[in-house]
Design a protein around this ligand. Sequence first.
Ligand code: KG4
Ligand code: ZN
Length: 359
Amino acid sequence: MNDGLPASAPRILLAIETSCDETAIAVMDEKGHVPVHRIFSQIDQHRPFGGVVPEVASRCHVEALPPMLDEVIAAAGLDWSAIEGVAFTRGPGLATSLLTGMASARALAYRLQCPITGVNHLHGHAVSIRLTRNGGMKDIALPALILLVSGGHTMLLLEETPARYRLLGQTLDDAAGEALDKGAKLMGLGYPGGPEIEAHARTGDPAAFAFPRGLARNQEASHRYCFSFSGLKTSLMVLLKREPSLKESRLADLAASYQEAVVDALMLRVVDALDHLPIRTLACAGGVARNARLREKLSAAADHSGVALALTEPEFCADNAAMIAASARLLNTWADPVAADLDVLPGWGLGEDTGTPHH
Ligand code: KG4
Ligand code: ZN
């Protein structure tokens, strides 16, 4: 889809993602193909604390970036001079982690005398539905309904114009990934909780325990497409306080039932939106989009509604730099690394000035 790049657009991009606990780098060519991308996960460093520690994260980014950058360029068979644009994650995320990526990107762009752009991490997740493993970026039939589910965010987006997103609704409390992470902790499972719960759920009965499905369907209009997961977490906590032995005797059933409640709460809103909006593609992105049960239900919903399905490739669901390159490519808003007044935006939302990262 990118054969028609504007003449001034950088062709070969290098992207750096450091918003949280993954250091990620990617190269994207002029066709939107990603010949090399690397993700260094700091999970082992944070596991002893049961969650991400910001100081540890930024130190890990600083150590990981220089050797990773060299390795990615070598693996792509490129010379540094081939890079025509550098993209970095400007927000949202941990301020100190974002700063490490921005500093590297800025130094590189300055040295390579090429333009730079600050990307919105959520915009990156949203455009990740277009990334393919071996080709360029694919076209999506619009309007698309995108369920963006990560550790920090749960949003329902409407894409009517390419790479522009309207927020239909989001979580009022915990994110879906956060609900899985907290639930796993209560069950005595490891971090991150999503994959742990999914693994144990495989042999369990999803109907064994009746957990709440978040907000009832008929909410006030402004909350129609919103989510809530705090009640689910509380109900697990209450159950395990009453019967702590369930953690041993019924772990698989607990995991399967809890996962089912998270997936159902998401699907309730997705199906409502599919029923009421003129959608042509149902899409899903973010770390939780790796979940097989969620993928299965989304696929069934798309079939039932007769719309196309665009689930982000599992390899591009969790935080990665290919999606940052994709966002930079699609928005094509570049700045001079010296003149630009660059900064990070730890609380940056989606739709807030997303297409104009520099002032
Ligand atoms: O998008 P992501 O990598 O990071 C953020 O931007 O937050 O998402 C991380 C979240 C974590 O909550 C993790 O438990 C969840 O994605 N996750 C999963 C699976 N793999 C990762 N949740 C359910 N099933 C999975 N297979
Ligand atoms: Zn993310």
